[in-house]
Each structure stands twice: as C-alpha cells, then as structure tokens.
Design a protein around this ligand. Structure first.
Ligand SMILES: [Zn+2]
Ligand SMILES: [Zn+2]
Length: 337
C-alpha cells in the first residue's frame, strides 16, 4: 500500500537549516520504485550540499546512504520486486551510454543524477527512486549497519583500491570519521601498514582499537611519519580540510600517491618543487566501481568493514547535522525508521 504522506529531513534553502517536513509520497513512475526506508546514514557530503550557495533543487530531501525494502514498482522496472532489499547511494542515475558508463566508471558520467542533491534523497520514511542504480544488499547485514557502507564504506574502499598498494606497503589515512574508521579495516584487509591521523583523541582511540599501527594527531603528522616510517607509500585524505591535505602531502615517501576523497570548496596550493622532484602522484577518488560496493557488502558479512554506528530516530536529524559539523560523532550517525 502506498501511504499518502511521510516525514522527511529537508534542506529548506541553500545554506539553510534542515527541518522535518511532511511530504507527499508519489506513486512510482516508469523505471522507478517506492522504497520503505529502514535506515539512512548521515554523511559529511550532506553538509557539503547544505553549505552550497546554489542548489539544483530546494527544498531538498537529504540522504544518500539508505537501506530499505521495495514496497511498489513502476512500469519497466527489471531486477527488483516488492519485498526486495535495496541500497541507495549518492549515484541516482547515469546516462548508460557515455565512455565512462560503458567502462564501469558510471560515477564519472557527466549526466549523472545524485540522491540528496539533484534528486530527493533517502532521509524520509518512503522514497520514490529510479531503479537502475539501486544496489542489492545481503539480508544478514542489519539495515543500520549496511547504510553507512553505501557511501562511507564504498568511498573508503574505492580510495584504497585506487591507491593500488601491495601488501606490506604503508598508507596514512587522514580523518577518522565515518570513512576513516572503515578505511582502516579495508587497509588491514589489504595487508597494509596503517597510520591513522585525526585531531580528535577519541577518534584516534577508536583507530587504535580497529588495528591502526600508528596513531598521530594532525599537527605535524607529515613530519612524524617521515621520521617514524620514512614516509608513507600513499596518503588518503578522507576529509575536505586543506590542512589535512598539506600534512598528507608532507607524509609521503618519494614517488608516493596522494588521494583526496573529501569534498570541500576550499583550495589547496600545490607544492610544485616537491611534486616534481619527488615524483608525487595526486588524484581524486569518488565513490568506487559497482563491483567495489558489492565487495564492500561481501566483506561486511565476513566481519571486515563493520561500521561503528549510533542510531537515532528521524526527528534527531536536524540536531545530528549540527553535531556532525562540530565533529562530535564517533563513527557514523544513522537514522532508523
Ligand atoms: Zn556521502
Ligand atoms: Zn554516462
């Protein structure tokens, strides 16, 4: 049965507040499904969207880490039926025909739509969404634990795979929030030496408990890593902080790779001399391949990449975004419906 209305966490205006709003629930159209949401994680990219001066759509339902059950399907939907479990990510739809789409790199499609940005997201009791980019989610993973994997887990795993390191090599992970605490687990799974960097002592404690080999406070992390390990083979910056990127750059071994995956409108000045003379590679990493997310779910079932979560009801969402802005969330805050 399709309910007439549901409650959603809505960004009311560009740079506006997040409010709880009752919204109508539409019937799923062609190529769409109606999902009854079970859980949705809160991501820093939601804050990034909320901080933008211009938005493609407002008011906007936020949320792009959603797990739910298919309640109804529209015309021409293949692969999903009522009752199926589905995962919503940041990728809502892609063109399917461009050079990126046809080579498994849909995330770089120039015509992509994004949940909680160009189309309404998953922070609502019900969501009507396009079906093609929905993911199958294994039933044994509880919804609240599976939700953060749809963005934080996928992004962290994708960034580590982009780093293309061999077992025994070293990686420095900057930012021990939602992405970082999962990245440690994937890095250890890949057999890497892991340094964890953050400004928060409690987040570094968690990094230690998850098996990081070295915990460093953000200030002077670069120099310390040079002293202790002779630098890292790769540094992955999981926040949008230019100061973190600066330290990550300094932490690299010669011919090392710097990967940035946190969104920010800030600028970073590239140190030209060191980039050239040390043969540094710098690249951005955005989500991962579809196969990466399938692997993330598979790993979670085997106990690798389990999200540390705190669960809340939807009416806590406005306050949670503020707590996240202050850096007060350990692991991932997840709304359960
Ligand atoms: Zn996200
Ligand atoms: Zn495309």
């Amino acid at each position: 049965m399709i309910p007439g209305r549901t409650t959603a966490a809505v960004l009311t205006a560009p740079r506006g507040t997040v409010a709880l709003v009752t919204v109508p629930v539409a019937e799923p159209g062609t190529g769409e499904v109606l999902i009854r949401m079970e859980a949705c994680g809160l991501c820093h990219s939601d804050l990034f969207v909320a901080s933008l001066e211009k938005l493609p759509r407002v008011p906007l339902i936020l949320g792009h880490e959603g797990i739910g059950r298919v309640e109804a399907i529209g015309a021409a939907v293949a692969g999903f039926a009522a009752g199926d479990r589905a995962g919503i990510t940041f990728l809502a739809s892609t063109c399917g025909a461009c050079e990126f789409c046809v080579t498994g790199r849909e995330r770089f499609c120039p015509r992509q739509l994004n949940f909680g940005y160009t189309v309404h997201g998953a922070l609502a009791g019900y969501a009507v969404v396009p079906a093609p980019m929905l993911f199958r989610v294994p039933d044994p993973i509880p919804a609240a634990e599976a939700a953060p994997l749809c963005c934080a887990g996928w992004t962290a795993y994708g960034a580590l795979r982009e780093a293309a390191l061999r077992p025994g090599q070293s990686v420095a992970l900057f930012g021990m929030g939602g992405l970082g605490h999962l990245a440690i687990q994937y890095a250890r799974h890949f057999g890497l030496r892991v340094a964890a960097v953050d400004v928060s002592e409690s987040k570094l404690e968690m990094a230690k408990a998850l098996g990081a080999d070295l915990m460093l406070t953000a200030e002077n992390a670069g120099r310390t890593l040079q002293k202790q390990w002779g630098g890292a083979d790769a540094a992955i910056v999981l926040t949008g902080s230019p100061a973190a990127i600066q330290q990550a750059f300094r932490s690299l071994k010669r011919t090392g790779t710097l990967i940035t995956s946190g969104l920010s409108t800030n600028q970073y000045e590239l140190p030209m001399v060191d980039t050239v003379l040390k043969g540094i590679s710098i690249r951005g990493s955005y989500l991962g391949t579809r196969a990466d997310l399938v692997e993330v779910f598979r790993l979670a079932q085997s106990g690798v990449g389990r999200a540390h979560i705190e669960t809340h009801a939807l009416d806590a969402a406005p306050g949670l975004f503020e707590a996240m802005r202050r850096g007060d969330i350990l692991g991932r805050a997840v709304v359960v419906f």
